[in-house]
Design a protein around this ligand. Structure first.
Ligand code: GTP
Ligand code: MG
Length: 246
């Protein structure tokens, strides 16, 4: 098995994809599900345990130091933050940075509330094209990640794209990286798995290309919805309708 840093994508294509990610700019923030606006653009959601490296990954992909707030203090991201991607006057896709789950020091009520917000978001967000589940490569998929995978299974089976990123890969040696990839691939239920290091820029080009292609492939589906009444919009992968609002 090759470690993902070994395969290098076409440099020109990678440069174009990174240029596209660099267009990312803040769109809106929401503390509750019913405050998140319906958007007729393909969306990728970044999820994972608190401290997994979501915000750092977003900053690395977009090559912006402070787009998403990264922190040494777990539980930092408390809102659903949305960012636009593509030309300024014609955004093509949306990136969602979701609050991390599982941080022990957060009061139980807040923890439960956020887990509910996130689950509802992932199950009900009509325009979701892809989910990126980030987990620390030293920990692999934890119980909470697997619960999330299980919950998302119907949507993944219905076509929702799914990528697991093993973050902080710089903390592992080559052998450990290969092992982490093998184990996670077995447990990822058919989703793609990549190693990622913000520090060493490992996997950045691959992930930039993969996610951009997924989103742009889905863009025509949502462009068609723009002309329909909002109630007729169902999203490419279909909502399960399982979630209410917070
Ligand atoms: N060595 C190393 N550290 C990293 C990497 N990515 C993130 N970190 C560190 O991990 C910590 C958490 O990163 P964040 O990006 O804030 O994590 P988060 O998932 O957004 O956390 P919440 O907002 O709490 O959910 C920070 O101290 C980062 O510097 C990496 O690739 N390598
Ligand atoms: Mg964060």
């Amino acid at each position: 098995m090759t470690v993902s840093s070994v395969s290098s994508p076409d440099p020109l294509e990678a440069k174009k994809a990174l240029g596209w990610w660099h267009t990312a700019r803040f769109r809106t923030t929401a503390a509750q599900l019913d405050q998140v606006p319906a958007i007729h653009l393909p969306e990728v959601a970044f999820v994972g345990r608190s401290n997994a490296g979501k915000s750092t990954c977003i900053n690395t992909l977009t090559q912006q130091r402070q787009l998403a707030f990264a922190s040494k203090t777990p539980g930092r991201t408390q809102h659903i933050n949305l960012f636009d991607l593509g030309p300024k006057d014609a955004p093509q896709a949306v990136l969602a940075d979701l609050p991390g789950y599982g941080y022990a020091a957060v009061p139980r009520q807040d923890k439960l509330r956020w887990q509910r917000v996130m689950a509802n978001y992932l199950m009900s967000r009509n325009n979701l094209s892809a989910i990126v589940l980030l987990c620390d490569s030293r920990l692999g998929l934890t119980e909470l990640d697997e619960a999330l995978l299980e919950m998302m299974r119907p949507r993944v089976e219905a076509g929702l794209r799914f990528l697991v990123l093993l973050t902080k890969a710089d903390k592992l040696n080559r052998t450990e990286q290969t092992r982490a990839l093998q184990i996670t691939r077995l447990n990822a239920g058919g989703g793609q798995v990549h190693l990622f290091s913000a520090l060493k820029k490992q996997g950045v080009a691959d992930v930039a290309l993969l996610l951009r292609d997924w989103l742009l492939e889905d863009a025509p589906l949502y462009a068609a919805q723009e002309t329909e009444p909002p109630s007729g919009a169902t999203g490419a992968t279909g909502a399960t309708g399982a979630a209410g609002t917070e």
